[in-house]
Each structure stands twice: as structure tokens, then as C-alpha cells.
Design a protein around this ligand. Structure first.
Ligand SMILES: [Fe+2]
Ligand SMILES: [Fe+2]
Length: 311
């Protein structure tokens, strides 16, 4: 494991400190932390039976920004039948309650990333074991955001460099927390939490590694797409569908993402619903990204703005 230092502390929802700021994330640190967990076992519960998850998910999928993908009733039905199969440990379900109460955007985003990554993986993956791992990773991918202050998650102005580090901390925090709860540093949900902002050409974070895992990449693409087509605090107007798909296509052109996963997303967005393997992805750019987008804009001081490439 690549050793990396934490920029912020990792704590549980009830504020139990697991690792302090500046801790090194190494095999030894994680093994010690896991063996310090006295709770041997966390009960699992069905996601569909938790709170209002099922009704909320149905409502989120009927919103206009998903109208092409989920206007197809078969897609909605597939996602809802998978939802009945997914069971998660109680800390993940408690994090959903937390986001629902305090950061509704993240709650909605987590459920929609579950739905979209489920659909893409049904098209791309054949191994049931892989599929099942994939289904349960969507609801946990941003788990580490419980360690990011709400005023940073909801900030509308450009972030300072320090705030950006704190936001990016959600990846390692999620890895540490999920490794701890599952008592397994190789747990797939923990891996997705850590690596879903990595890119194939090493341009991502937190480690800047080459993203090679197809399953993690399916969550990464779903995550980017949902963020683009949703209004965000830092960008009040969302990308329209064409511009969002063009942004993602550009990322594949830059070798940040693989064409196959992008092709599967584009196929879902075609009204004719072609097989992803025969779906041609246009590289023509005709969309118009929305104005007032503060994504990736960093403010060092009041007079000094600059943009970084975080995608
Ligand atoms: Fe994330
Ligand atoms: Fe996300």
C-alpha cells in the first residue's frame, strides 16, 4: 500500500476519533486500527427497508435530469429489483440518515450513484460476484464525507486550498472508516471510497495512482455524471445532458477514463437503447457548459484566483 499522510482527523459519526491529523496511512496503521475495534460484528440490514430510501430513490429517478435513462421503465425496474438484494452494515445506513438530515444533495447523489452504477455494471459485467460487490459500493462511496464539515460541503464560493484538501480527505476517511467497520483493509467498499476520484492516467486523488479497477471506474463515471447533471452549491445551474456527456467524453479523450465505461453510459442515454458494444460515442462538441461554475476554482487569498485541473 502506498503510504500517505492524513490532512484531517478521521472520526465516526458519534465523534469517536479513529486517526488524528497527520497520521500515516500504512498497512501497519490500518491493521492496528482494525484490531482495536472491539465490536466483532455489525449487523446488516436491507437498504430497501431503511427509512424512506425506496420511495426517495424512485422520486430521484423520475426527476427531469434522469429522464432519458429512467424514462425506460425496464431500467427503473431493474434497479428496484437489485435494491431489494442490497444489505449494508448499520454505520453505512446511519450515514444515509445523517446526509438526509444535514446534506440532502449528498443523500440524493449517493442513491443515484447506486442506481446508475448498478445499471452500467449490469451491462458491462458478467460475473455475479463482481456485480454484487458493485451494487453495494454505490451507497458507501462518499461515506467519508461524514468527516467533512457541512459548511465546506455546501460552500457556494470557491474553496480555499485548505478547504479543497479537507474535501478531498473524504476519500481516505471513507477508506479508513469502512476498513475499520468491515474489519478488512481489502474490503471492496473501502477501496471504492478511497479510489473513486483516481483516474486512469494518474491525474486524480488522493494518491494519484493509475486507476485500473473496472468496478471502481464504474462508480467513478456514475459519480462524475450525477455531479454534472445536478445543481451543486458551487454551480447553481447543472450541465444539460449533452454537455455532461461531452465533458465525460473529453475525459476519455484525455485518457482519464476508459472508453468502454463511457460507451456504456452513452448507450444508456440513447433513446434507442443500443447494446453498449455497438454504441458509437460522438467526439463532436456542440454542448454549452453552464456559467458560474466554481468547480476546481481555488482561492488562495481574496485577490488571487486560479483554476486547477481536478478532473
Ligand atoms: Fe467522492
Ligand atoms: Fe460522489
Amino acid at each position: 500500500m502506498l503510504t500517505i499522510r492524513l490532512t484531517c482527523p478521521v472520526h465516526t459519526l458519534d465523534k469517536q476519533l479513529l486517526l488524528s491529523e497527520n497520521s500515516q496511512i500504512s498497512t501497519k496503521t490500518i491493521d492496528t486500527l482494525i484490531s482495536s475495534n472491539r465490536q466483532k460484528f455489525y449487523k446488516t440490514y436491507f437498504l430497501s427497508e431503511h427509512g424512506s430510501v425506496k420511495v426517495d430513490l424512485i422520486n430521484f429517478l423520475y426527476e427531469s435530469n434522469y429522464k432519458v435513462i429512467f424514462a425506460d421503465q425496464k431500467n427503473t425496474a431493474k434497479v428496484l429489483s437489485i435494491l431489494e438484494e442490497v444489505h449494508l452494515i448499520s454505520p453505512i445506513l446511519e450515514s444515509l440518515d445523517y446526509f438526509k438530515n444535514y446534506d440532502f444533495y449528498t443523500y440524493k447523489h449517493i442513491l443515484r450513484v447506486f442506481a446508475l452504477s448498478t445499471l452500467i455494471s449490469l451491462n458491462l459485467l458478467t460475473n455475479w460476484k463482481d456485480l454484487f460487490k458493485e451494487f453495494s459500493s454505490g451507497p458507501a462511496h462518499d461515506f467519508g464525507k461524514i468527516c467533512v464539515p457541512l459548511d465546506i460541503l455546501q460552500k457556494t464560493a470557491p474553496l480555499t486550498r485548505k478547504e479543497r484538501y479537507i474535501l478531498e480527505h473524504h476519500t481516505l476517511a471513507g477508506y479508513v472508516l469502512l476498513g475499520y467497520y468491515y474489519r478488512d483493509k481489502h474490503n471492496f467498499n473501502a477501496k471504492v471510497a478511497r479510489d473513486h476520484h483516481e483516474r486512469k492516467n494518474s491525474s486524480g486523488y488522493p494518491r494519484g495512482i493509475k486507476l485500473r479497477d473496472r468496478l471502481v471506474e464504474i462508480v467513478a463515471v456514475s459519480d462524475i455524471y450525477d455531479a454534472l447533471i445536478s445543481p451543486r452549491p458551487y454551480r447553481p445551474i447543472s450541465f444539460d445532458n449533452r454537455s455532461a456527456l461531452e465533458e465525460i467524453t473529453t475525459m476519455a479523450e484525455k485518457k482519464q477514463l476508459s472508453w468502454k465505461v463511457v460507451q456504456a453510459l452513452v448507450a444508456l442515454n440513447r433513446k434507442s437503447k443500443p447494446q453498449f458494444s455497438v454504441c458509437k460515442v460522438s467526439q463532436e462538441k456542440r454542448g454549452s457548459p453552464p456559467p458560474k461554475n466554481n468547480y476546481g476554482v481555488i482561492i488562495e487569498s481574496e485577490n488571487n484566483y486560479f483554476r486547477e485541473n481536478y478532473k
